[in-house]
Design a protein around this ligand. Structure first.
Ligand SMILES: *Cc1c(COP(=O)(O)O)cnc(C)c1O
Length: 455
């Protein structure tokens, strides 16, 4: 075996030509999405009012393991992919661990995160269907940025509802979106029915992803030629993000490396789901075994403290019901700096894999996350996004465990993006003013009491 380079690049010709749909290999599938009005499983027709037809089909496809990546999407991928898999030699040395640490770096594009992988696919299908534009929500702003880039590439109008706290904390993200031609509205706004209602019920609210979703859906369904697109949580998004896992696996295979531990941060579950899909597929088919860890913030702990139940995906209760690990759609997470991880629920696929015991979950505190982020930045050179740093924290923990046991495990984690737009968060950490609000059992029980009654 040749020595492993710092960066393992695949050739363009080695890039995946198909996405992988892990649902095809799951014996027990995620529970069906339910129509919020009838509580019946949704059909492609139901979903087509909200989503593009082909994306609605992908959403409900649980039989095809491989779905071709359209040539136009592959051509766009070629501008910033294959993404490197980096051997963290410098971090290993600093930790003094016998473990081998690898990270898949998805921050090498202007949006600064993995979200472009799905944004470009969703914009492509919208264009193909002849739509005028799309609407969406964004939390920390990465998804809105990715989508505005994708829409400008395909010449589509892009309307973004941005969670208010991020709109105020991250003006530069907003301006990147506007530079790509998107219009950006702070959420909850006064321009939709659901926004006005939420503003009335929770005056002065910071907003949440759940309520921004409701506004974007309303905006899509009330304008001719528009559909709604979502950057996480959905099966279609995990499908597109499987490009991360497929490339990671191909790069490891190229050097004969077998991963032992695979780690990803989990907000709605899309990067984690995409990273682990091909590996989870091997586990489901009985071909290999891995330890897979989902990492979430202690301030928004859907897997570790939520309930596995049907819930609304949005605060306004207009989206289909999904069975998932959830804190309740009314859960308003405290303004944690990892905006991309402030979602009350979790992808149905990740939830089901977790319920089946294929995935473990851990929750970590904000200050320990930033400590890990700085440690990583100082030796590996990349300034990581706060979200990604949740995975760094647990990768370091696992590597330090190896130091105690003397095991040379292969630890792979997803470095989902860069943190250049998160400097207020780093400032708070550097000034020692960063806290972490951990919800009480009572607060979680209170929002769970409002789960919809299904069955
Ligand atoms: C959005 C985001 C996440 C979390 O979203 P998932 O759907 O859980 O992957 C993680 N990291 C970055 C950099 C993000 O932008």
């Amino acid at each position: 075996m040749s020595e492993i380079p710092y960066k393992i690049y695949l050739e363009e010709s080695e890039m995946p030509k198909e996405w992988y749909n892990v649902r095809a290999d799951m014996k027990k599938k995620p529970a069906p999405l339910l129509n919020p009005a009838t509580l019946e499983p949704v059909t492609v027709d139901d979903l087509s009012h909200v989503f593009c037809r082909e994306l609605a089909e992908q959403e409900l496809n649980e039989t095809d393991a491989y779905i071709p990546i359209p040539e136009e999407v592959r051509n766009f991928y070629r501008m910033y992919r294959p993404a490197p898999l980096v051997r963290a030699y410098c971090l290993e040395k600093k930790l003094g661990t016998p473990a081998h640490i690898y990270y898949k770096f998805e921050g090498n594009n202007t949006s600064g995160s993995h979200k472009l992988n799905s944004a470009i696919a969703q914009a492509y299908y919208a264009k193909k269907e002849g739509l005028k534009g799309v609407t969406t929500e964004t939390g920390a702003g990465q998804w809105g940025t990715a989508l505005s880039m994708a829409c400008s590439y395909f010449d589509l109008d892009c309307q973004v509802y941005m969670v208010k706290v991020s709109y105020e904390q991250k003006p530069f993200r907003r301006e990147v979106m506007r530079t790509y031609g998107a219009s950006v509205t702070p959420s909850p706004s006064m321009s939709t029915n659901v926004g006005r209602k939420i503003n009335e019920e929770f005056p002065g609210t910071n907003g949440s992803l759940g309520c921004a979703i409701s506004e974007a859906v309303e905006a899509a369904t009330s304008q001719e030629g528009y559909r709604y697109v979502l950057g996480s949580v959905l099966g279609q998004v995990l499908l597109h993000q499987s490009v991360i896992g497929l490339e990671t696996k191909a790069a490891l295979d190229k050097y004969g490396v077998k991963a032992d531990v695979i780690i990803g941060c989990a907000g709605g579950g899309s990067n984690l789901g995409g990273l682990i899909s091909p590996f989870a597929g091997e586990m489901l088919r009985g071909e290999a075994d891995y330890k897979i860890i989902a990492v979430e913030p202690k301030s928004c702990p859907s897997l570790t403290r939520g309930t596995y139940a049907y819930d609304f995906c949005d605060t306004g209760k207009v989206c289909p019901l999904q069975k998932m690990y959830t804190l309740g759609s009314g859960f308003m997470p405290s303004p944690n700096h990892a905006g991309g991880l402030r979602y009350h629920g979790m992808s149905a696929i990740v939830s089901e894999l977790y319920d089946q015991g294929l995935i473990e979950a851990r929750s970590v505190e904000q200050t320990e996350v930033f400590k890990a982020a700085e440690e990583f930045a100082r030796v590996e050179g990349i300034l990581p996004a706060p979200e990604s740093s949740h995975a760094i924290k647990v990768a370091i923990d696992e590597a330090l465990k190896c130091k105690e046991t003397g095991e040379a495990k292969n630890i792979v984690f997803g470095l989902t993006g860069t943190g250049y737009f998160d400097m207020y968060a780093y400032e708070a950490y550097n000034n020692g003013t960063m806290g972490d609000y951990i919800p009480t059992d009572e607060e979680i029980a209170k929002s769970l009491a409002d789960l919809p009654k299904v069955d």
